[in-house]
Write a protein that binds this ligand. Structure first.
Ligand code: GDP
Ligand code: ZN
Length: 446
């Protein structure tokens, strides 16, 4: 439900800067503008103005811009007051706007209003936050695409196809004497199959969108002394992890953010996975297992002599994580860096110490992060992927019951739930809790 009060916030980052902006949105915006300007503001015009406090003392001198509803970011009357980027001045300007009828905005409240006024859908609103928070050029590019609606339009197209199919199935239910014929129509099955194929493709791209957005989460596993910490350091180009020749030194999960030519990697060096009595070390092992469950990719670091035996370490991993086997320390036996596929897994021979083979590893990581393979990439969030996965489950079940029993009611219910899950992505369906959780993670002033 749109609020009818007026909100204000400093929209620029805290700290001293050349320019700072106080943003105001809501019905009182034109009156606040008129009070500051001494006359009615002209829409979309840069007024040079003296900003004065209630006693008429000069606060700052700057630009005042007025965007009448609905052609504004929030869809409401919006005012932008551009002053000098001093936290003290901007604070005074903000307090002046509040004295004239605004209240302080909550984090994300401008974008929340834009969403509630239909200026952007929920996935686009989330992309605004992701764009602001983007840690790499690739991530920013992808977030921009989602903000422009690239992802939302794909979801919308699926939603329309789903609704059309529902209409068809519901119609069959409404004419029970013909239901069997209706549902036996191969066209229904074919349309459902096409929908599932489109969904699978979108899910694939959305997962990639999450990796682009969050960065690729890479867990490094292997027995103690295999060279995990050395590899982390080699990739990160720093001496962050403790490298020693004593087994079990890495007693916790070490995380490192690495920018690999514009893609964010989050590398986690897990403690050596082995049974241990040492409680500190055991805690490390426990955390390592948690780290594995949320990894997008797992690097198994091993050495030539242990490689086959160490493969067992991969058994406990989530099926969605990509795996690479890294045969480290090739400098010791003079082997050449190379790549090979064994039993369906990519194996890379390398040396964390000399750096041999690391370029091949970086190329693999870039590919896994979704940075290769083209244009049209959009950002997405885990929430979206989870929703798409639920849609897939419902569509699979719908196909099953249709094929097995031709039970129209059951299929219709699955399709209804699929539609609901899909609609959560763009916010067609959404709870206040969901909206609260999403917008409260924004920065203030956006
Ligand atoms: P971790 O326990 O798996 O994290 O292993 P570390 O990274 O701490 O390395 C254990 C030992 O192996 C250290 O003495 C490293 O210097 C050594 N080491 C790591 N990588 C290489 C490598 O590529 N070649 C050689 N010769 N030694 C390595
Ligand atoms: Zn280590």
């Amino acid at each position: 439900m749109p609020d009818h009060d007026t909100i204000a916030a400093i929209a620029t980052a805290p700290g001293a800067a050349g320019v700072g902006v106080v943003r105001v949105s809501g019905p009182a915006a034109p009156a606040i503008a008129a009070a500051l300007l001494g006359r009615a503001p002209r829409p979309r015009h840069a007024h040079f103005a003296d900003f004065r406090d209630g006693e008429g003392a000069l606060l700052d001198r700057g630009l005042l811009l007025y965007f009448p509803a609905p052609a504004s970011y929030t869809g409401e009357h919006v005012l932008e007051l551009q002053g000098h980027g001093s936290p003290v001045l901007l604070d005074a300007l903000l307090r002046r706007a509040c004295a004239l009828g605004a209240r302080l905005a909550r984090p994300g409240e401008f974008t929340e209003r834009a969403f509630l006024n239909g200026k952007l859908d929920l996935a686009q609103a989330e992309a605004v936050a992701d764009l602001i928070a983007a840690r790499s050029a690739t991530a920013a590019h992808a977030a921009l695409a989602s903000m422009e609606g690239v992802f939302s339009r794909r979801v919308e197209a699926l939603l329309q196809a789903l609704v059309a199919l529902r209409v068809h199935v519901e119609a069959a239910i409404d004419f029970p004497e013909e239901e069997i014929d209706f549902l036996a129509d191969p066209a229904i099955g074919a349309r459902l199959d096409a929908l599932r194929a489109d969904l699978a493709a979108l899910l694939h791209e959305a997962r990639r969108g999450v990796r682009l957005n969050d960065g690729l989460r890479v867990a490094i596993v292997g027995r103690p002394n295999a060279g995990k910490s050395s590899l982390l350091n080699a990739l990160a180009g720093s001496e962050r992890a403790i490298v020693t020749a004593i087994a079990g030194t890495t007693r916790d999960v070490l995380r490192e953010q690495v920018d690999l030519d514009g893609i964010a990697l989050e590398l986690a060096d897990t403690a050596g996975l082995r049974e241990t009595e040492d409680p500190v070390e055991r805690e490390g092992v426990r955390r390592a297992h948690g780290e594995l469950q949320r990894a997008d990719a797992v690097l198994l670091v091993t050495e030539a002599a242990h490689a086959e035996a160490d493969l067992a370490l991969l058994d406990a991993l989530p099926p969605t994580a990509a795996r690479l086997v890294l045969v480290n320390k090739i400098d010791l036996d003079g082997a050449a860096a190379r790549e090979e596929t064994r039993a369906g897994l990519p194996w890379l021979w390398l040396s964390a110490r000399t750096g041999a083979g690391l370029d091949a590893l970086r190329a693999r990581l870039r590919a896994l992060a979704g940075a290769t393979g083209g244009e049209g990439a959009f950002s997405a969030r885990r929430r979206h992927v989870l929703a798409l996965e639920r849609v897939a489950v419902h569509l699979d079940r719908a196909a099953e019951v249709l094929a097995a029993t031709r039970a129209g009611e059951l299929a219709a219910e699955e399709l209804r739930q699929a539609q609901h899950a899909l609609g959560e992505i763009t916010g067609v369906y959404g709870s206040d809790d969901l909206l609260g959780a999403i917008f409260s993670s924004f920065c203030i002033g956006k």
